[in-house]
Design a protein around this ligand. Structure first.
Ligand SMILES: NC(=O)c1ccc[n+]([C@@H]2O[C@H](COP(=O)([O-])OP(=O)(O)OC[C@H]3O[C@@H](n4cnc5c(N)ncnc54)[C@H](O)[C@@H]3O)[C@@H](O)[C@H]2O)c1
Length: 248
């Protein structure tokens, strides 16, 4: 029987490309996103690739929406084998002391609480079914300190922490939980961030030993490996950044 994955932020960027890579492995996908148009578009493309896929609209920062995407996935597919806990926003890139409280709350709500709510309810469903495999999306800003991303960096360091602690608590019950820490990857989110902050694009490229930004395909390959193959990797945060954070 085919396995099933939930991907939050599955309508765009890293989530969408990973959905296509998982489909190539025969995995059915619940595409969860706040954006209906891009979520439905991803589902159509997944069906063309021969797997079953559904779109579930959700704001991951709302716990009722999170419960609903878990329930709808179980209703349609019967189990959740893989979870790419990935939806996130970058924020404005303003200096921390110039940032509105509303923006701080929004970033924490989506990136940190949204990820925890997902783990809470998907983790429960997975354990009832004997276990499962999870990849949480952190960031370079989750493994080193960087200017202009104080709140974002706090949420992404949180992702690294929750990944390790979940393993301490539930690896014995069959949960495998890892995180990825991508450097700048050319997704719509990053394109917009660099349009708003052009000086940061130049300095990002200059600071990467491989002298190129990452592509969504680089990340999708890693996430697919971690989710479906890496049976003895647990609690790890894998940096995927062309050498950026390891040479800081
Ligand atoms: N692209 C990068 O360079 C990069 C680097 C490090 C980490 N990340 C992280 O990767 C993840 C995906 O980012 P991306 O670059 O693919 O961005 P993206 O903007 O292309 O995709 C993010 C998706 O998440 C959805 N989303 C946003 N808020 C949501 C919410 N509240 N509820 C449900 N869905 C929501 C968006 O609609 C979008 O489809 C994020 O967590 C981001 O922080 C990205």
């Amino acid at each position: 029987m085919n396995k099933t994955a939930i991907i939050t932020g599955g309508g765009s960027g890293l989530g969408q490309t990973t959905a296509f890579y998982l489909a190539a492995e025969g995995v059915n996908v619940s595409v969860v996103d706040i954006s209906e148009d891009s979520g439905n578009e991803t589902v159509e493309k997944l069906k063309e690739k021969g797997v079953d896929a559904i779109f579930i609209k959700a704001d991951v920062s709302k716990v009722e929406d999170v419960k609903n995407y878990v329930d709808k996935t179980l209703e349609h597919f019967g189990s959740i084998d893989y979870f790419f806990n990935n939806a996130g926003i970058s924020g404005s890139g303003k200096k921390f002391l110039e940032t509105d409280i509303q923006e701080i709350d929004q970033i924490v709500g989506i990136n940190l609480l949204g990820a925890l709510y997902g783990l809470r309810y998907v983790g429960e469903a997975m354990l009832k079914n004997g276990g499962g495999s999870i990849v949480n999306t952190a960031s370079s800003a989750g493994v080193i300190g960087q200017a202009s991303v104080v709140t974002y960096g706090a949420t992404k360091h949180g992702i690294v922490g929750m990944t390790k602690s979940l393993v301490a608590e539930y690896a014995k019950d069959g949960l495998r939980v890892n995180a990825i820490a991508p450097g700048p990857i050319q997704t719509p989110m990053v394109k917009k961030f660099f349009e708003d902050n052009p000086d940061m694009k130049e300095s990002a490229e200059a600071g990467i030993p491989q002298k190129r930004l990452g592509q969504p395909e680089d990340v999708a390959e890693l996430v697919t490996f971690l989710l479906i193959k890496a049976d003895y990797i647990n609690g790890e945060t894998v940096r995927i950044d062309g050498g950026f954070t390891n040479t800081k």
